[in-house]
Unconditional design. Structure first.
Length: 193
């Protein structure tokens, strides 16, 4: 049997979006994230984070530093909820990257679904039985293109203009809109039971 998964954007979904998170000391995990993962601790599904990280392409943080931030977030959630994130997938690329080695139009940068598709191969995930939760329309488009159902959470960045991309289809809208991650997880758990 293929696995089902919840895909999470990172900044603005798991942790407070402070714009260009580069240091572990700036990580803030809101209470609704803790409530959401407490609810998920008994749910059989893969918990996967898919995150564009332009701090890497801008030269503000290394891939290793971003990995350390991800590990810190995972450890904090595990400690507070007994629920572990299965994996973080990170896209370090941008078509206009400051650092030339990251300057490319890749298949992994959301709104493209590459990170979700890679996770589906790695973990034998049935994308049609899975969900994508994000705070930007690029997250919703990526989830939709991968075949997932989608939830937009209104934690601030949902009001921002879409991140410029050559591959945006603004006719795509989320299946649900919620105030926070806990509300989104309640919808998914109810759907799966």
């Amino acid at each position: 049997m293929p696995n089902r998964a919840i895909f999470f954007d990172r900044d603005g979904v798991l942790n407070k979006d402070i714009h260009l998170l580069c240091k572990i000391d700036d990580v803030i995990i809101p209470p609704d994230t803790i409530d959401a993962f407490k609810l998920l601790s008994g749910v059989e599904c893969k918990k996967i984070v898919v995150s564009n990280q332009t701090v890497i392409s801008r030269g503000l943080a290394s891939e290793n530093e971003v990995d350390n931030i991800n590990q810190h977030i995972d450890n904090a959630i595990l400690t507070l909820t007994s629920c572990k994130i299965d994996r973080f997938y990170t896209c370090p690329h941008h078509p206009d990257a400051t650092l030339e080695k990251y300057r490319k139009n890749c298949d992994c940068r959301k709104p493209k679904p590459g990170m979700l598709q890679e996770a589906a191969e790695d973990y034998d995930i049935d994308l049609t039985q899975s969900w994508m939760i994000g705070d930007r329309i690029s997250d919703i488009i990526a989830g939709h293109r991968a075949g997932c159902r989608t939830i937009l959470i209104q934690t601030g960045m949902h009001k921002e203009k879409p991140i410029i991309s050559d591959d945006m289809d603004l006719s795509i809208s989320p299946d649900y809109t919620c105030n926070n991650l806990h509300e989104a997880v309640l919808i998914i758990v109810k759907d799966w039971t």
